[in-house]
Design a protein. Sequence first.
Length: 202
Amino acid sequence: VDGAMTKRLLRAGTLGLLCSFTPVAAQAHMGFSRFDVVEGVLNPLLSMSTLLLPVVTGLWVAFCRRCFGARLAIFALAVLVGAGAQTQGVVMPYADSMVFVALIATGLATIFAWQAPFRLAAPWLALSGWSLGQLNMIKETGTLKDPLLFAFGIAVGSGLLAVYFAGVIRARRFSWLPIAGRVLASWITAAGLMVWVLQVYQ
């Protein structure tokens, strides 16, 4: 059953990502498109800071044996709540720094394949998703016709990224995939740390 669910998630994530790369991609981040949901889905794909956290989150969740789907759902819902709250004036200070902290910590958890208990992983995934949703909305709210639709798109895009990479590792079609996932997590962690340090001392 778990294998079948993983395959379904992988197919859904792949299809969602392929559908995201449409001709309107060039209009994302410019405020020209009327399709706020589409812009929201594309938003995480076009910024390094918002792309890496969903990817490394998916990699980490893939190594957790219990509550696989629930962990992904918590992350995606937290992105939605964080982005939606930002449109209503609930702003988290230092959201960008929190995203990089989450990126580095989640990357380390992936490198060491830490299978965190659900009671510990759930609040961390919620905080990570909330911070990511806030960061995605910071520079976009003023140019949108419907910020809530944009927030929904952000949650979909971030969730699909996490589902896709979690599904790739979880499916274990090749024996080297888990090792490749940990290597990728190490690169992401190093990149996140470097960018964060550059931002702090800029």
